[in-house]
Design a protein around this ligand. Structure first.
Ligand SMILES: NC(=O)c1ccc[n+]([C@@H]2O[C@H](COP(=O)([O-])OP(=O)(O)OC[C@H]3O[C@@H](n4cnc5c(N)ncnc54)[C@H](O)[C@@H]3O)[C@@H](O)[C@H]2O)c1
Length: 348
């Protein structure tokens, strides 16, 4: 029996290898690298295939597929969102993803993406805040202190120079966990009793809660002028975090309007509510922050191109390393038309 071609073996990054790689690179350097890859792909936004993600909703959550292609590589992520999961000892969000070669259609990478999603979401938030937040922002309010929260904080530190974070969660144990995890990582952490207390003196307000309903994490009167809001948790139909009055007073920046109008904070607004696409700001075609009093709002839902960037980074980064294993994933007979013969020859 001859061996399968090298294309039959697909590099696979397990959770264990992902964690080893992150510690090898360093969390903050990796967040910076990912932000660079994501920013580079926002600059080539127009050449990507774009479609709102394909969502399958149930009473308890959502399962989504997020595909895109730049014409040379094709990528997709499988991701779920189940706010009730943590009460059952499971995570709200889990994910894995695949990158393929458009020329052959053969996959070239399969990877865990639960941790990678937390990194890419945080890297995207910070890359966007770099363009929109007040340049002297040093304090962030972090409302919702679950799985994403430490990643969000460290990305804002590494990329925007945030020095202090003010934590609030309806579950005090989540804030205490976040504070414990951030101890010694170079951020000044304050635990707060209320969301109002958390936003005191903060120039960046991050909302990252999970609830399967339209919640009001920030009310209109809580948000003063001159801040940047990084709204992460409103990312599904019927799942928002901000009072509509805040949206009316803000300049709203989005990833891909057809998806954000379905899933983001702006689902609360009329269909023609004005938004600016981030790629145009990043390319310098549209203004970002234009005044110190302006409220800028990143209505983040998470778009496929950010996952594509993360997959592209992983493909490049694991080359020549031991942070992956070869997965026998593609049937690859010597005679391409003799798939059945290959099966027969494998009979024990
Ligand atoms: N925009 C994106 O790209 C993106 C990516 C990943 C996750 N998300 C979303 O981010 C959210 C957080 O994800 P996670 O993995 O950290 O979830 P998680 O379940 O681990 O944490 C959510 C936290 O929010 C807290 N919370 C719920 N309601 C609250 C309230 N009213 N006030 C304050 N805190 C409250 C919970 O107690 C919990 O600690 C989810 O809604 C998820 O869908 C968005």
């Amino acid at each position: 029996m001859t061996q399968p071609s090298d294309k039959a073996l697909v590099p696979f990054v397990s959770v264990d290898n992902m964690m080893r790689l992150i510690h090898h690179v360093g969390i903050e350097p990796m967040l910076r690298d990912l932000a660079d890859y994501i920013e580079a792909d926002f600059k080539r936004w127009e050449l990507f295939d774009k479609t709102p993600r394909v969502a399958s909703h149930s009473d308890v959550g959502v399962i989504e597929l997020m595909p895109t292609s730049d014409g040379e590589a094709y990528g997709f992520k499988y991701v779920n969102g189940h706010p009730k999961n943590t009460s059952e000892g499971l995570q709200t969000v889990t994910a894995f993803g695949l990158l393929a070669d458009v020329y052959t259609g053969y996959p070239v990478l399969l990877t865990e993406m639960t941790i990678l999603t937390a990194l890419r979401t945080a890297a995207t938030s910070a890359m966007v805040a770099k363009h929109l937040a007040p340049k002297d922002a040093r304090t962030m309010a972090m409302i919702g202190n679950g799985a994403q929260s430490e990643f969000q904080t460290l990305a804002m530190k590494a990329i925007c120079g945030i020095e202090a974070v003010r934590l609030f969660d309806i579950d005090r144990a989540a804030s205490e966990k976040c504070a414990r995890n951030l101890a010694g990582l170079g951020v000044d952490v304050t635990l707060c009793q209320t969301p109002e207390q958390a936003i005191e003196g903060a120039q960046i307000l991050t909302t990252c809660t999970a609830d399967k309903q339209c919640a009001t994490i920030l009310t209109d009167n809580m948000v003063g002028s001159g801040v940047h809001i990084n709204a992460i948790g409103g990312d599904c139909p019927g799942k928002t975090e901000l009072a509509p009055g805040i949206l009316s007073r803000s300049d709203v920046f989005v990833e891909y309007p057809p998806q954000t109008r379905i899933e983001g904070e702006i689902q609360q607004m009329p269909e023609d509510f004005p938004v600016t696409e981030l790629w145009e700001v990043i390319l310098g075609r549209k203004p970002g922050r234009t005044s110190a009093r302006q409220i800028t709002l990143f209505d983040s839902v998470g778009f496929a191109i950010e996952d594509f960037s993360a997959l592209r980074y992983m493909r490049d980064r694991i080359k020549g390393t031991t942070f992956f294993e070869d997965l026998d994933m593609l049937a690859d007979p010597d005679d391409p038309r003799d798939l059945f013969g290959m099966l027969l020859r494998a009979q024990p």
